[in-house]
Design a binder for this molecule. Structure first.
Ligand SMILES: Nc1ncnc2c1ncn2[C@@H]1O[C@H](COP(=O)(O)OP(=O)(O)O)[C@@H](O)[C@H]1O
Ligand SMILES: [Mg+2]
Length: 307
């Protein structure tokens, strides 16, 4: 809580669009925002009114001490992470954060692993009988059928970096030499969407679907909301399968050929809801974390297609 008695929330990753948008949304709602980023040039550090802080990256040994020090100094009532690679460190710190009065809304270790590890994500979906592109590790390459369009990408990758497409198993074998720690995946033809989600602790979720119309650096910078009960139902089952908690996103593909099932192609990460079609969600996330006064109302909020 700030000295003026206003809620104060810490948002990580304000250099990326999800963190930037979340910080702006919270500020607009009269909430004080501490914006963190490991990059001193992160644009979100310059948002008017934000309390900016540059941190070391989450994988550095000094990160936990530094973050706890900032929380002790600035006393946020909650922390929202928008960087999936921070999740393991934050999960390890959740009790220390709680001790400082900082609420978090994080998945458990298994849920975080599904966010970070594409092989683990696929395994979790297969376990729950959910549709996911067939996925192989390099040592399983002999099982990859020939004549099937393929994707080779880093198992722990993000932002669409190091993603290669090919059509033959022998090409995939070469591409596995290029991508760090790769997975090989069947390439699914279709239209990509993102589901911005707020996953409650009770297994329920608010979500909004957006077509990914223009993608830059792995993020959809132009999108249009749409309604599709079947896709929404599938996304909810994905959230349950991976144990998602709090704000996150799921990416998927609706196949060109219209064949069922629809295919989620990507894991969920801690990307806060940012879609214009779901105005209630960021506000609810902001209110939820500080007070825990009431469970999220997933039946509330304005959802409009075509935005
Ligand atoms: N199995 C697939 N079928 C079709 N396109 C894919 C597939 N896997 C990845 N892609 C394409 O590559 C992009 C990045 O892949 P993704 O799995 O989302 O990795 P990242 O975690 O780096 O964002 C996707 O947005 C999509 O355009
Ligand atoms: Mg992606």
């Amino acid at each position: 809580m700030s000295s003026a008695g206003r809620s104060r929330i810490m948002v990580t990753g304000v250099g990326g669009a999800p963190g930037f948008d979340l910080a702006v949304s919270l500020l607009k709602r009269g909430i004080d925002v501490i914006g963190l980023d490991a990059d001193p040039l992160a644009p979100g550090l310059l948002i008017p009114g934000i309390i900016p802080r540059v941190t070391t990256s989450a994988d550095s040994p000094g990160y936990p001490g530094e973050l706890l020090g900032l929380c002790g100094e600035l006393r946020p009532v909650a922390l929202f992470s928008t960087v999936e690679h921070e999740l393991p460190a934050l999960i390890r710190m959740r009790h220390d954060l709680a001790g400082l009065g900082v609420r978090t809304w994080l998945p458990d270790v298994g849920g975080a692993r599904a966010c970070l590890d594409k092989a683990a994500f696929c395994a979790a979906l297969v376990r729950d009988g959910l549709p996911v592109p067939r996925t192989w590790l390099p040592h399983e390459i002999a099982q990859v059928p020939d004549g099937v369009p393929l994707v080779v990408k880093p198992r722990y990758g993000w932002g669409s970096k190091g993603v290669y497409f090919c059509t033959e198993r022998r090409q995939a074998a070469v591409l596995c030499e290029l991508a760090p720690d790769p997975v090989i995946q069947e390439r699914v033809p279709g239209r990509e969407f993102t589901a911005d989600c707020l996953a409650g602790r009770d297994g329920r979720a608010s979500l909004i679907l957006r077509w990914r119309l223009l993608v830059k650096g792995g993020l959809s910078v132009v999108s249009a909301t749409f309604g599709d009960e079947e896709a929404a139902g599938l996304v909810r089952r994905v959230l349950a399968a991976i144990g998602a908690a709090g704000p996150c996103c799921v990416q998927g593909i609706i196949r060109d050929d219209g064949l069922r099932p629809r295919v989620p192609a990507r894991r969920s990460g801690p990307r806060p809801p940012r879609s214009a079609g779901h105005r209630g969600t960021v506000g609810r996330a902001g209110r939820q974390a500080p007070g825990q006064a009431c469970p999220p109302r997933h039946d509330r909020g304005r959802r409009r297609p075509g935005l």
